[in-house]
Ligand binder design. Structure first.
Ligand SMILES: [Zn+2]
Ligand SMILES: [Zn+2]
Length: 424
């Protein structure tokens, strides 16, 4: 049974509730308590959005956001290792500047598909900087080169990379021979596709021993190189400066004095942080000796990464070159945190950093796996069919006659586009 006291309280609350609301002139009801205006109350409480209204997302959808004139966007297109895996391609980083310039740093195995997912017309992806010539840093160059030319890079692919201690270990030698290796591929496209993107790489090979030397200077952007210590002589790291920003891309290296000096106070500094020695033994099945050598001498251990970042003090430190999983990430984090307590990102593929003077925003990109190549930024050039290299008669004689089944397609396309194309 409800007591009189409870009834009284209930009635009093109901009266108060009625008193607390009034209808304003637009018909919206709002609380009129403690002198707060309707606007102030609205600002204090989250907007009541109907389920059919769009809401802001906390991921980056490629090609959906403007880049401010004083902003940089970095997208990890490969953060893994020489051993290929679906989740992480090998080293590749796309840096977009507010002035429209775009730079690719490394193009490791598997990374070309990550680049493709970003839906940037290939004409704007013509500047590539290689830290060194391990395949996990340039193994997808052929895919970027041929696929990019096929889908809209109507200009040479420009590549900057270090010399070696002999000419054969330099970037120019590697790329000249890669181009030669593509002879069959490129010859087969003559007279069929826009030829402008298939010309030989424009290679700028610079001295790997140069310290803070300028390797690129255009459009207000300066890129310098510093030596790195890794495997053989030759590897380098890059420092890009633009509009008061400093971005550092560290290639594979044992921690070195040049990085400690020239990466200082970067807005964003990438440096390798290899898998820990115990994990190399346990998961990679390395011998203890091999794990110690690779994990602390050929590469940088997580503890050493942290120590380097404590010296450099970037606004954001980015660690990569390890398999970033639910079980390895806590281990890597703990080791880095034993020597560094500043801002940190453990990179994985499709991680995105928006960098302004005020903030460094870190998110993941959400990409469309069914993506098609972006619309070329310029009209393709119609190729000269006379450049085609014809098959031999032996091969031509092997053609099965399909003219009847393909003719309707010819008729339809000829009519639709006002052409008079004939089957071979
Ligand atoms: Zn390497
Ligand atoms: Zn590597």
């Amino acid at each position: 049974m409800i007591s009189t006291k409870k009834l009284f309280i209930g009635a009093a609350l109901a009266v108060m509730a009625v008193m607390l609301f009034e209808w304003n002139h637009s018909g919206n009801r709002h609380a009129n308590t403690s002198g707060l205006t309707a606007q102030a109350i609205a600002a204090e409480s989250p907007p009541q959005v109907s389920p059919v209204k769009a809401r802001a997302r906390d991921f980056y959808a490629p090609n959906s956001e403007d880049l401010g004139p004083n902003e940089m966007r970095l997208i990890a297109c490969g953060t893994g290792m020489p051993t290929a895996r679906p989740k992480q391609a090998a080293s590749c980083w796309l840096l977009e500047l507010g002035n429209g310039d775009k730079f690719i740093f490394d193009i490791g195995t598997g990374s070309a598909e990550r680049i493709a997912a970003l839906q940037i017309p290939y004409n704007f992806l013509d500047k590539l900087f290689l830290s060194h010539l391990h395949t996990d840093h340039f193994g997808d160059l052929d895919a970027l080169f041929v696929g990019g030319a096929l889908m809209g890079r109507q200009k040479p692919l420009r590549v900057w990379g270090p010399s070696g201690d002999t000419p054969e270990r330099g970037t120019k030698y590697a790329l000249d021979h890669l181009y030669k290796a593509l002879t069959w591929d490129l010859d087969g496209r003559k007279g069929i596709t826009d030829p402008r993107g298939y010309v030989p790489f424009e290679v700028t090979e610079f001295d790997y021993k140069g310290v803070n030397q300028i390797v690129y200077e255009e459009n207000g952007v300066t890129i310098r190189s510093i030596p790195a210590i890794h495997a053989l002589d030759g590897p380098v790291s890059f420092i890009l400066e633009w509009n008061g920003f400093k971005f550092v891309f560290g290639g594979d290296t044992y921690p070195n004095k040049w990085y400690a000096e020239y990466a200082k106070n970067a807005d964003l500094a990438i440096h390798e942080s290899f898998i820990s020695v115990p994990t190399l033994i346990e998961k990679f099945k390395f011998t203890p000796q091999g794990a110690l050598s690779v994990g602390t001498q050929v590469h940088t251990s997580p503890e050493a990464f942290g120590k380097m970042m404590s010296i450099v003090k970037p606004r954001m430190a980015v660690a990569y070159h390890f398999f970033n999983d639910f079980d390895t990430a806590p281990d890597i984090t703990q080791r880095i945190r034993s020597t560094y307590d500043g801002p940190l990102s453990l990179a994985t593929d499709y991680m995105v950093w928006n960098i302004t003077k005020e903030t460094v925003r870190v998110r993941m990109a959400a990409v469309d796996e069914d993506v098609w190549p972006p619309q070329p930024s310029e009209k393709p050039q119609v190729p000269d069919p006379k450049l085609r290299i014809p098959p031999s008669q032996v091969i031509l004689d092997g053609k099965y006659d399909m003219k009847e089944v393909d003719q309707p397609t010819y008729d339809k396309i000829n009519e639709e586009y006002g052409l008079s194309e004939k089957q071979d």
